[in-house]
Design a protein around this ligand. Structure first.
Ligand SMILES: [Zn+2]
Length: 442
């Protein structure tokens, strides 16, 4: 695919006030397969602007007008877009978190185009493993690891004989799947990995890391780690001329995995412990502080990917204060939904006189995004900016990352089916469906 086509295929219009985006000819809808309006053109005006569909008084979509002029698919997609009259429209790169083009995202886009959006490309980045394992897996899926067949394609003069077994030609599937060394490693690991038969490496990875995967976070982390260990062992064969035994490979992997997960757990506990025990500086100095902890999460429901938020507020002694959930108007974009969920929690806290507490999200992208909100070109950037405004309005407020396990109450709130129907707030007594979970943390 020519690079221009690639660029064009990933370029989308982010709507702010809608004044510089034509409705019919610009890709602006949140559908990666077809970001163009599909409705028949009933408005005579060819140069109808997106701003014409926004009610200036309310700053929201003019729903009546949408239903008059667009088919249900377009109405649903348009209604999901956040409007922000304070910002101009701008182009952004659909595949990138910040909305900017990069080579990495070009690769992502190519993979996206060829594989019809495998969720694997997104799920890699939420694997709970050391970052270098993630990057390794990402490179393996792009087939850009320096395996012998790849080097030969790049005209490096080599003989292709697998350095691990010395029996067959080397390619990615051989290294990780069919090489006798890999076969023994997987067998001894006792992880029931999916079959490699008749699958590409990407297809095989989809089986355990894709949308329909039955594998839990721990098993996914282990598979990723063992793939990395096999690749590392293969490299010692190339560079040092020796290989570990499958047993010692697994022993070393196991030690590294246990050390990493223990360390993560301790980091987590230290983080929560500090919040419980030490009042934040603003708490100590402010006059009427209300220190609290708020856990917040977003989730998607059903085939339409209806987005919802959930949050729970605990006092500084971990006693229950309030829980809430409700729908979000949001495309199927997890970081955007997480940011919108945070905004819901912040708004509620501000409206109810809270200040100076700590909010927890399991989206590390959101926590780091808040620090550089103005560098984002897409919708995520809008929401980050409004979160920052709320945070600044409540001095001493901090947003921190927690892993998913620690955020399970908020997760369960956002996944509860009533969240789609309408907003619910439970004061003083938690709803029945989270009571067993709350009992464990109080
Ligand atoms: Zn081999």
């Amino acid at each position: 695919m020519a690079s221009q086509d690639l660029l064009k295929s990933g370029c989308m219009r982010r709507i702010g006030n809608g004044r510089s985006t034509k409705v019919w000819t610009i890709p602006w809808l949140p559908d990666a397969h077809n970001p163009y309006v599909e409705s028949d053109q009933v408005f005579a005006n060819q140069s109808l602007l997106v701003s014409d569909l926004i009610d200036d008084n309310t700053g929201r979509w003019n729903v009546d007008l949408l239903h008059q002029g667009f088919n249900p698919r377009d109405v649903m997609l348009i209604s999901q877009l956040p409007v922000n009259l304070d910002y101009d429209d701008m182009w952004y790169w659909e595949g990138d978190l910040k909305g900017c083009y990069s080579v990495k995202n070009g690769y992502h886009r190519l993979s996206f185009i060829s594989s019809q959006v495998s969720p694997v490309w997104q799920n890699i980045w939420s694997l709970q493993v050391p970052p270098k394992w993630r990057v390794f897996l990402w490179r393996a899926l792009l087939n850009i690891l320096p395996s012998l067949d790849n080097l030969i394609i790049r005209r490096v003069d080599l003989l292709n004989i697998c350095p691990s077994c010395g029996l067959y030609e080397e390619c990615l599937l051989h290294i990780f799947c069919s090489c006798p060394f890999a076969v023994t490693v997987w067998h001894m690991s006792q992880i029931q990995i999916p079959s490699f038969a008749n699958r590409s490496f990407l297809q095989w990875t989809e089986e355990w890391l894709g949308g329909a995967s039955q594998f839990g976070a721990d098993a996914q982390g282990r598979i990723c780690g063992i793939l990395h260990a096999i690749w590392t062992a293969r490299n010692t064969a190339v560079w040092d001329g020796c290989m570990p035994t499958p047993y010692s490979l697994l022993w070393r992997f196991s030690a590294a995995w246990t050390a990493w997960t223990d360390c993560e757990r301790q980091r987590q506990q230290a983080c929560c412990g500090n919040t419980m025990l030490q009042p934040s500086p603003s708490t100590a100095t402010s006059q009427v502080p209300t220190p609290y902890q708020c856990y917040v999460d977003a989730g998607f429901h059903g085939t339409n990917h209806a987005a919802a938020f959930g949050f729970i507020v605990l006092d500084n002694d971990s006693s229950y204060v309030v829980a809430a959930n409700g729908p979000l108007s949001c495309p199927h974009d997890p970081p955007l939904a997480e940011a919108m969920a945070l905004r819901e929690a912040l708004s509620w806290l501000k409206d109810n006189g809270y200040s100076g507490g700590r909010l927890y999200t399991d989206s590390s992208v959101l926590v780091s995004g808040l620090k550089c909100a103005s560098s984002f070109r897409n919708y995520f950037g809008f929401i980050l900016l409004s979160c920052n405004r709320l945070i600044n309005a409540m001095p001493g407020t901090l947003v921190s990352f927690v892993n998913r396990e620690a955020n399970h109450v908020a997760h369960s709130l956002s996944k509860h089916i009533s969240a789609v129907a309408g907003r619910s707030v439970w004061r003083d007594v938690p709803p029945a469906f989270i009571q067993p979970l709350v009992a464990n943390i109080i």
